[in-house]
Ligand binder design. Sequence first.
Ligand SMILES: [Zn+2]
Ligand SMILES: [Zn+2]
Length: 388
Amino acid sequence: MTNMLKLPHQDSLIDFRCQLHRHPELSGQEQETAKSVTAFLQQYHPDQLLTCLGGTGVAAVFNGADPDKGPTVLFRAELDALPIAETNADLPYKSVRAEISHACGHDGHMAVLAGLASLLHRQKPATGKVILLFQPAEETGAGAWAVLQDKNFTGLQPDYVFALHNLPGVPLHQVVVRHEAFAAASTGMVIEFYGKPSHAAEPENGLNPGEAMAEMILALNQAAARKEQFEDLALLTVIHARLGEVAFGTNPGFATVMATLRAYKTQDLQKLKQLAQEAAAHLAGKYKLGHTIRFEEEFPATINNADAVGVIQRAAHKLGLQVQQAEQPFRWSEDFGHFTASYKGAFFGLGAGLSQPQMHHADYDFPDELLATGSHLFYGIAQEILNR
Ligand SMILES: [Zn+2]
Ligand SMILES: [Zn+2]
């Protein structure tokens, strides 16, 4: 599908995106990225500019012509990149950091919001306010929550919240919406077993958690395999396991098993967590081991509000963009679910092209053709809400 949308200063926005791509930063460490964003936004004279939200977060507030009348609409982008070495050798703006890259397209999402700033600067909405939020640490699931807890953010009080994600494998510029769940809930789980180390020549004097570890892996896979216990999709992937140290003279005394648990419904994720916890407790008892369990990188399901989805659809149709309803929620997780749990809002997808490398792949790069589409779509959503 061709798309003729253009932005003011489009070339400088593309340069901005490439500059962000060249200098990626990991979750929670986005200091330089936040500075670049802040500096770039100044040219559009936001009415308010907040920094250090939930760590490195930045928010620019643009008032409508009558800001005291009408609601406040928030749009979110993400500041962070991933610990993935980029393989695009020929890219003139390839990441300068050997082990870090913008493999999720957050550089593009930031530039989309910068493009929205240029549109808001050119023509204010009639009423209300628009907040552009650049959130830290999306990839670890920590950033949205940190921003929501920040005292400086709680003063902003949005009435509506929106965010988009580019979607490789979907036709370029196509808008993907879904009522109810858009992205899955997920959590990392770390199980540790404690026995007693001894000399490898005297295993009878130690307590080796190897069998418990092996049975734990099987039990985790079995917990997720009993599909009848869940209302909808529930998945578990064992991602890491370790038994003691690499030392042939030692009978190991500890073991770790890690898994990622995932479900479309919060209650299914709770059920899966409970089954995994019960299995760990059972095995610890069976082999007389100590054990601990902790959960890391927890993401809620991203649940969309029906009115907000309607607003996205109307704005997309006015721009002549194709809209597709996703049949299933996406299996990946998105910490924007914390925002849709607190405010009326919706998350949607924007097709990044059928031949585009997948997200989190080493050769991924955000397609610049999407910048104008994303910015105009966000602007159209703001107009739907603030110009009625
Ligand atoms: Zn990602
Ligand atoms: Zn992402």
